[in-house]
Design a binder for this molecule. Structure first.
Ligand code: GLA
Length: 393
């Protein structure tokens, strides 16, 4: 019998460092890691000044970085094998740097816009966060690069101000009208906790979310459903919400309390707008209810809130697709305590709250349901809350 020796795949920090060495011919000055995230609950509430409750994943993006003279930035990506270089002119013109490197140029742009003197830098980036799965690989990249540049340049930018800056990079340089949740999660999350974020004030509370002692686990199902029209639909949802807030005479839908929902709905002109508003208002309340349960050690009882969130995204906000609906239904039928799509929608991941000893059964049931419908097999993992962005020793 032949013994096949398979070495473990090199860790992401090692891969970024090795890439740096190869591309630039010397060691980096340091390495900075930032995680992807799942959102436990609170979807499409962030850009309505509302509440979200994400936690960081153990999957991370690492930027190995070192100085470069002048206003020059060079970045290599393990994923594409490309090296992209740009200077102050390209940074000053949003849209000049495109593709994945736009997130890097965008961070430099946003720092300079905010008046920081950004050091020229060489970067090498590797990541374990899957792209296009709704786990915020873009925010992880922004946060890894941002923390690297802040440390390399000794910039005065405390962590609590970093998410807004990274969001500006994405909104204005990359051109995606996203809210502040993903960047906040990548930067401000703590291990063992979910991040309760008020997206208006940016106040946070770290909510203990250590499920293991309670005999619970969170199962993440990557549906592998292609993101269909996600960008255009996201922008359309955001525009509808902002228009509705204007019609209601409030700064944002956050200002419509759950108790005032019926009155607000009666003042809106059409069924579609009413549904969108109902999702946002009820979803904010579900975040608050989830936080109240977690604060009092009742994680087991948040399941129905997760499932109600999914129904609201499916029926009122209209952002789910058959693959994610199937994962939720199959998980619930196999005994999950609650399940919902997580992230912006139109594909991506589903999370299910399960009793630890049922996790395998639920995973098998979801896979079987995908097989019956002829969908690409999903990827399933159990996850625990990891820390936010940090410099690595
Ligand atoms: C994407 C955006 C976030 C948020 C979610 C939906 O992940 O980047 O800002 O709006 O969708 O909750």
């Amino acid at each position: 019998m032949t013994h096949h020796h398979r070495s473990a795949p090199a860790g992401v920090a090692h891969r970024a460092t090795a890439g740096y060495q190869t591309v630039y011919g010397g060691p980096p000055a340091g390495r900075w890691a930032a995680p992807g995230r799942v959102n436990l609950i609170g979807e499409h509430t962030d850009y309505n000044d509302g509440f979200v409750l994400p936690f960081a994943l153990p999957l991370r993006t690492v930027a190995a970085a070192g100085p470069q003279s002048g206003d020059r930035w060079t970045v290599w990506s393990e994923l594409t094998g490309e090296t992209v270089a740009f200077g102050a002119d390209e940074v000053a013109a949003p849209g000049r740097v495109t593709g994945w490197a736009a997130y890097v140029a965008g961070v430099v742009w946003a720092l300079r816009e905010a008046g920081h003197v950004v050091p020229g830098a060489r970067l090498a980036v590797a990541s374990d966060v899957p792209l296009g799965a709704g786990l915020s690989s873009s925010a992880a990249l922004e946060a890894a690069v941002l923390t690297a540049l802040v440390d390399l340049g000794g910039l005065d930018l405390p962590a609590q101000h970093q998410p807004r800056l990274a969001q500006r990079a994405e909104n204005h340089y990359v051109g995606a009208p996203t809210g502040i949740m993903d960047q906040s999660a990548a930067i401000r999350c703590r291990a063992g906790h979910a991040l309760f974020l008020d997206c208006r004030t940016e106040q946070v509370e770290h909510i203990p979310f250590d499920l293991d002692p309670a005999g619970l686990a969170v199962l993440v199902v990557d549906s592998h459903a292609p993101h269909r029209h996600a960008d255009g639909e996201y922008a359309a949802r955001r525009a509808t919400c902002e228009k509705a807030a204007a019609l209601l005479g409030v700064p944002a839908l956050r200002d419509v309390p759950a108790a005032g929902l019926d009155d607000a709905l009666a003042r809106l002109p059409d069924d579609e707008t009413r549904r969108r508003v109902r999702h946002v208002v009820t979803e904010n309340q579900r975040v608050l209810d989830t936080v109240a349960l977690l604060r009092t050690g009742q994680a087991r009882h948040i399941g129905p809130l997760l499932t109600a969130s999914h129904a609201s995204m499916r029926d009122d906000f209209a952002i789910t697709v058959p693959e994610v609906d199937t994962a939720v239904e199959a998980a619930l039928a196999a005994g999950a305590l609650g399940a919902r799509m997580t992230g912006g929608g139109f594909g991506g991941c589903v999370l299910a709250l399960v009793e630890t000893d049922r996790a395998d059964m639920v995973a098998t049931a979801v896979t079987a349901a995908y097989g019956e419908r002829g969908y690409t097999a999903p990827t399933l993992t159990t996850v625990t809350p990891a820390p936010g962005a940090a410099s690595l020793a």
